[in-house]
Design a protein around this ligand. Structure first.
Ligand code: FAD
Length: 450
């Protein structure tokens, strides 16, 4: 339990019994995976997250930190392979989107920070598996996928000190030409050289071995001038800023990465500058939105279950809190929102995966407005449910010894992580206005044929 010394006051239970309508579709193996994922969330992620939350930023990244133990457990159990295709080293039969969603929700239920660390770790490998040369796959992807100790860890270096929302609001014409990036790439010999930095908010930035990096290879912010590369962070010219001391998601260290004349071999540039880059950027954001929404459902469910447990056991006004009508209505509202967010997030993840370019001959491309809507809805739900849960728990929920207090801070951070709600919604609105096809009819003509 680290410096805290105290166990948290909260619910440590079996998987949310009776909460899920669609799990009958899971095979026996998938049901086992779901139970295992929940057990890991209970026995590994929550205790590690609880300890990390109370540590100083430096303690969180020191050798022996619970962060490394938790990541090591996920690797030892092969969770980093779960989401890959069989060709990339994933399960013999690719996990269904439903099963992926179930696992993501359990990870989010256990810890938003550690779930985030897990997701950004997977990003470079997933991109190499889709866009990397065979040489890069053999050199980097294979050992990464085979690693069972946590010797590899990825991060996603996209935002910069002066470019946060710019990278999310890609359909906004002003933001899509955001000016000079703070990380530039120049061709040199048989590769590229990187100069500049990424923002202090890069999840796992302080400890990652490799980064999936977006950099600008031209004079302005037009996305066709950008490139995407996987960069080894253990090389001359790479420097890290101190880990940030954040309000929420403290269980995943965040920090700047500086690049001073860092050479990136050509084969590590997965998407070079050109017309493919904007499409890649857009579709990658569809994938991250669809994934994070399922994690957010886990955060909301965790808060709901804490409130439910508390209201059944806390006696006030002559009986359990759950006897009071206002508490009943609040609990119902939380349940309704979590269930709705789950249903939409699952559907959207399935649609995104089936339609990413290359997923099949019929793939249409993932839908930005749907992916963004899933993310906005699930994150807002997680925050509103955590807010209501705190009200149900009362003063105890404000105490640092209450899991609700941590969930509330994490859920609040979700409204900013991976794009603010407003910017995600504006980006979806732009897609909606430009591309939504609706039927039109002439009222007079219609009445004439009535
Ligand atoms: C927990 C956490 C984890 C993160 N992990 C990563 C990571 O792994 N990698 C990484 O690179 N980054 C990461 N980030 C950074 C994250 O993506 C940004 O914080 C986010 O995109 C918002 O950018 P910003 O914080 O710079 O806010 P800003 O862009 O400065 O926005 C500030 C405010 O202005 C509004 N705003 C900004 N631009 C517009 C616009 N065009 N139209 C309308 N409103 C606008 C926003 O909605 C917001 O309210 C993380 C952040 C958090 C909190």
């Amino acid at each position: 339990m680290g410096r805290a010394g105290k166990a948290y006051v909260g619910l440590v239970s079996s998987p949310g019994g009776g909460l899920f309508l669609d799990l009958a579709e899971l095979s026996d193996d998938e049901q086992l995976l779901r139970e295992q994922a929940h057990r890991i969330a209970v026995e590994v992620l929550r205790p590690a997250a609880w300890a990390l939350d109370r540590m100083t930023p430096a303690e969180r990244i020191a050798p022996g930190s619970p962060f490394f133990a938790a990541m090591g457990t996920l690797k030892a159990l092969g969770y980093h392979r779960l989401f890959l295709t069989p060709e990339a080293g994933g399960p013999e039969q690719r996990l269904s989107a439903l099963t992926q969603s179930v696992v993501l929700e359990e990870l989010g239920w256990g810890s938003l920070g550690l779930a985030t660390a897990f997701l950004v770790d997977m990003l470079p490998v997933m991109c190499i598996s889709s866009f990397g040369s065979q040489e890069l796959k053999d050199e980097l992807m294979v050992p990464w996928v085979e690693d069972e100790t946590g010797s590899f860890h990825g991060c996603w270096a996209i935002t910069e000190p002066d470019h946060g929302s710019d990278f999310i609001a890609v359909r906004d014409t002003e933001s899509a030409t955001y000016g000079r990036s703070q990380l530039v790439a120049e061709p040199v010999g048989d590769g590229w050289v990187l100069r500049g930095q990424k923002s202090a908010w890069v999840s796992s930035g302080p400890i990652a071995t490799h980064a999936a990096v977006h950099a600008q290879a031209g004079g302005d912010g037009d996305l066709t001038h950008s490139l995407f590369a996987v960069v080894d962070l253990d090389q001359p010219g790479v420097r890290r800023g101190p880990p940030a001391d954040m309000m929420g998601v403290r269980d995943d260290p965040q920090g700047e990465i500086f690049f001073d004349e860092v050479v990136v071999p050509r084969q590590n540039v997965l998407i070079p500058p050109g017309p493919l880059y904007p499409v890649f950027h857009d579709q990658l954001l569809c994938l991250t939105s669809s994934v994070i929404s399922n994690v957010a459902v886990g955060v909301g469910r965790a808060a709901f279950e804490e409130a439910l447990h508390h209201s059944r056991t806390r006696i006030q006004g002559g009986g359990p809190l759950a006897r009071h009508k206002n508490i009943q209505l609040t609990l119902y509202g939380m349940f309704e929102r979590v269930e709705t967010a789950r249903a939409y997030s699952r559907t959207t993840l399935a649609h995104t995966q089936a339609n990413l370019p290359g997923a099949s001959a019929e793939a249409l491309g993932a839908s930005p407005r749907h992916a963004r809507a899933a993310q906005v809805f699930a994150k807002r739900t997680a925050y509103e449910v955590a807010h209501d849960a705190l009200q149900v728990v009362g003063a105890q929920g404000l105490s640092r010894d209450s899991l609700i207090e941590k969930l509330f801070r994490d859920a609040r951070s979700l409204l900013i992580e991976d794009g603010t709600l407003e910017v995600l919604a504006l980006d979806a609105a732009r897609d909606l206005i430009d591309n939504y096809e609706h039927s039109t009819y002439d009222m007079e003509e219609m009445m004439a044929t009535w």
